[in-house]
Design a protein around this ligand. Structure first.
Ligand SMILES: [Zn+2]
Length: 68
């Protein structure tokens, strides 16, 4: 349970949540599919230093936790 829809519409927005500290990394963009939204968000997150699996189910860690 790491990537979750930020609202009731699973197709519009997602938030990536760190499994360790709970930091969230959201996206303001909208996409047609959950998969497309997830892949875009994960690509942005990994560029920022997030680590984990490329699956929405996680686990994922934010850059702060990765560097600890
Ligand atoms: Zn963290």
């Amino acid at each position: 349970m790491t990537a979750q829809p930020k609202n009731r519409d699973p197709h519009s927005r997602l938030a990536l949540i760190c499994d360790r500290c709970g930091t969230t990394r959201g996206t303001s963009n909208e996409y047609l599919t959950f998969r497309g939204a997830w892949l875009q968000l994960w690509q942005l997150a990994t560029n920022e230093g997030w680590q984990g699996t490329d699956q929405p189910t996680g686990p994922h860690r934010c850059p702060t936790c990765v560097s600890r």
